[in-house]
Design a protein around this ligand. Sequence first.
Ligand SMILES: [Zn+2]
Length: 325
Amino acid sequence: MVKRPSLGFGRALCALSLAAACSTASRDAASVTAEPAPIAAARYTVDLGRTPLMGQGHGVLLIGYDVEAIGPDETVEFLRKSVALHRELGAPATYFSTGLTLETVAGEFRALAADPLFDVETHTYTHERLKPLFEERPEGTRFLAASSPDALAASVARSIAASAEVLGQPSIGMTAPFGAYRGLVDRPDLLALLEAAGVRFVRAYSRNERDWQPVPFDVQPFWYALQGHPRILEIPVQGWQDVLWRETHGWDDLAGYRDLLDDALDTVAARNLVWSYCAHDWGSLRGDPDLSLIRHLLVEARRRGIVLATHRGFYEAALASSPPA
Ligand SMILES: [Zn+2]
């Protein structure tokens, strides 16, 4: 005859919980599901010293423009001026365009995409939000809901189809509209959605713990390996996005914004970091019709020995140098 435990069911569960919480040995005995062991960060982050692109010791700057303006005139003006500036300085850049804007100004995008200085990636079709935001701004807080998974999947697929149609090859990179704190580390469902659509690198980590700015420069590119998507690279957007700082501090405070850029460049160069900088078509010309802020950023980056690359170039260098296990 089997001897029955003397504890009642409720008390037995309670004892089991306590044992599980108190010791590894007890936890092993009591667990009903296997939990993964912790992995050292070096196993899923990008080793900057492994390629010529990233091993020069003064950091890497990736310029990424989100292109999303509703009216095409502003976008066309921005594209023409920014392309001319980048060509003059020989500085690469990435344009993350919504599919709708890409189709609206297709000719401009076709012309710039033919230049190896530039790559064109996506920003969903009509700016769908991946994750909800609880955005604590200085002037108050707001909650912004996420798009439904079906709407998001349709938007991403449509934007990539648009890039294939307009440019002759599909985009493989994406800036997540609005971004989110910690990117997609807690959303393997969204990573699966992006991977199925063909996305291979994403700028989703562009908010801090208040779903606001700035994002610390300690946040560096990493593979979503722990979430089961080791071939998707997160390229976080650190510091301030241009429009969020400038609408908070004043669109005419160009000197203040130059100081902010200089401080960020000093940090990147001194610590040999990767910085994905986020600017916007509709904000770049506001109070700065000649793009003097972008010129300042590019010139000062070069002066500090910071390497400039496109996001796709960085992704390919990362994949070649430190592919995830
Ligand atoms: Zn956007």
